[in-house]
Design a protein around this ligand. Structure first.
Ligand code: ZN
Length: 301
């Protein structure tokens, strides 16, 4: 069920969530405030027009079709397409209800950098260039993950005299998974090299999209063993579908991707964060505000 199935009268502001400061009580419940977001006016208009039939699958949808991963009733030029510094692979549980998943937000907002796979389909990864974002006793922070990858890469190259990076690397570069994606055009060769070395060796990040009770099946798959595992321990979810009995550090997929990239930008690229990936939360923050307003008008808060 979408949160937009109900008619909410309190969502007619022409400002973004970040600018909605009329209600202090509500602000206290707005962990997403302060984001640099594109205007939500297009979503407000689409919401007022109501649901639209997806031309591909015939489903009745609002904003986008979560089955087809395409926009519905909203133009591609109306939404903030976001460029990411890394490739994101999302492995989705087959039983996960598409309409509840936030993985599709990432695919629609960063179509060139995000790929969604449905389990048991898992691409072949090079473990020296990939991290898996999943909590566990072995998991490290984003700050520590590059050290772990380098250590792992070094110990492998000491043990094996064959080339550590087989042909696949070239293929990935052709596909666009290169370091140069985020290299400033004005950078000198030295700066370019240092940025590249800071970024290296990580190229892809894997997220598992599933309710937390279903993740064991995917995370225990032998093809996902032996990765450097990363946990976003200090972040808290504000998902309106937060799961009973789970700590609030269990993030929704789009939150996890956003916080990972923000940490990566600051701690691995050593760059000041200026809201580069905030628009990954374009749909999420809007839906969050709609749900919050509905709760308030229903007297639940
Ligand atoms: Zn569709």
């Amino acid at each position: 069920m979408s949160s937009l199935d109900q008619n909410h009268s309190g969502c007619r502001d022409k400002t973004t969530v970040a600018g909605d400061s009329s209600d202090i009580h509500e602000l206290a419940k707005q962990p997403l405030q302060g984001l640099k977001l594109a205007s939500h006016a297009v979503l407000e208009e689409a919401q007022q027009s109501g649901r639209v039939i997806c031309s591909k699958c015939g489903g009745s949808r609002m904003f986008f079709c979560y089955t087809c991963c395409s926009l519905v009733g909203v133009g591609v030029h109306d939404i903030p397409i976001t460029k990411l510094p890394l490739k994101i692979d999302i492995i989705k549980h087959p039983n996960e209800t598409d309409g509840k998943s936030t993985a599709v937000h990432a695919k629609i907002l960063a179509p060139n950098d995000v790929t969604i796979y449905t389990y048991p389909c898992i691409p072949e990864f090079e473990r020296e260039k990939v991290v898996l974002v999943f909590p566990g006793p072995q998991a490290v922070s984003v700050q520590d993950m590059l050290h772990c990858l380098r250590d792992r890469s070094n110990s492998r190259s000491q043990n094996h005299f064959d080339e550590p990076c087989p042909k696949k690397l070239k293929t990935e570069r052709v596909e666009g998974a290169t370091h140069t994606d985020i290299t400033p055009e004005s950078g000198t060769p030295d700066e370019t090299e240092s940025l590249e070395s800071r970024m290296s060796p990580l190229q892809r990040v894997v997220f598992i999209d599933s309710t937390w009770n279903q993740t064991n099946r995917i995370s225990s798959d032998e093809r996902l063993q032996g990765f450097v595992q990363v946990e976003l321990k200090t972040r808290k979810t504000c998902f309106w579908r937060s799961q009973k009995g789970k700590p609030d550090t269990y993030l929704s997929t789009i939150e996890a991707i956003y916080y990972f990239l923000k940490d990566f930008h600051q701690h691995c690229l050593s760059l000041e964060y200026k809201g580069e990936y905030d628009n990954l939360l374009f749909f999420y923050s809007y839906l969050h505000s709609v749900v919050n307003k509905a709760k308030i008008s229903a007297g639940k808060c």
